[in-house]
Design a protein around this ligand. Structure first.
Ligand code: GRF
Length: 205
């Protein structure tokens, strides 16, 4: 029995692409990307889902918990991954899938998260703060949204002459290694589990 993953995305869906590369559909992999949800008809993520032959669901009302839950139940989802989903997921969904919703964020949470922290703004804030490293975090989504427990982090150095764009590219590459590692561990455990830094390093090298 494969571990069934639904992925919600509003944007280009490169993290969805990383999951589809790691766990190719219909390949007998222990993880099956069973559904892609989006609130945006033009999201690149939907095109990727279509190309991979993965069922997709364009949300008619992204604020309707019932719509989400019906779509998730229809594919017997074990896990919901938010991969660049830019709206709040209805609280009823988080409650119904408690401990089974994860999000990827392009910085080392709990720093550089929260309202307004998305896209290049995150990387600009990181560079302005003067920290020496950044990275990506995967965290559980709970009622407090950006404050759920961090499950795993991947680190990238800040380099001389970095711009928000350069840093974003380096962090995104780390995201593409981190997210499949967290999903693979969740599939083994049957639910999302914390990974220590050494485990992440082993799984992503
Ligand atoms: C990623 O940086 C992710 O951390 C953030 O949104 C971006 C999505 O990128 N939550 P993509 O659509 O997966 O390319």
């Amino acid at each position: 029995m494969s571990f069934r993953v639904a992925v919600a995305a509003s944007g280009s869906g490169s993290n969805l692409g990383a999951l589809l590369d790691a766990f190719p559909p219909r390949s007998g992999s222990p993880v099956e990307v069973a559904l892609v949800l989006s609130n945006r008809r033009e999201a690149g993520a939907l095109a990727r889902a279509r190309a991979a032959g993965v069922p997709l669901h364009l949300l008619a009302d992204p604020d309707s918990a019932d719509e989400w839950i019906t779509a998730l139940r229809a594919v017997s989802a074990d896990l919901l991954v938010l991969a660049g989903y830019l709206k709040l997921v209805p609280a009823g969904v988080v409650a119904a899938y408690s401990g089974r919703v994860i999000n990827i964020h392009p910085a080392l949470l709990p720093d550089f998260g929260g309202a307004g922290m998305y896209g290049l703004r995150v990387h600009r804030a990181v560079l302005e703060s003067g920290v020496r490293r950044s990275g990506a975090s995967v965290h559980l989504v709970d009622e407090a949204y950006d404050r759920g427990a961090v499950l795993a982090r991947a680190y990238v150095p800040i380099e001389e002459g970095d711009t928000p764009e350069l840093l974003a590219t380096r962090v995104l590459a780390a995201e593409h290694r981190l997210l499949p590692a967290v999903v693979a561990a969740a599939a083994r455990a049957g639910r999302p589990v914390p990974l220590d830094d050494n485990t992440v390093a082993e799984m992503t090298s």
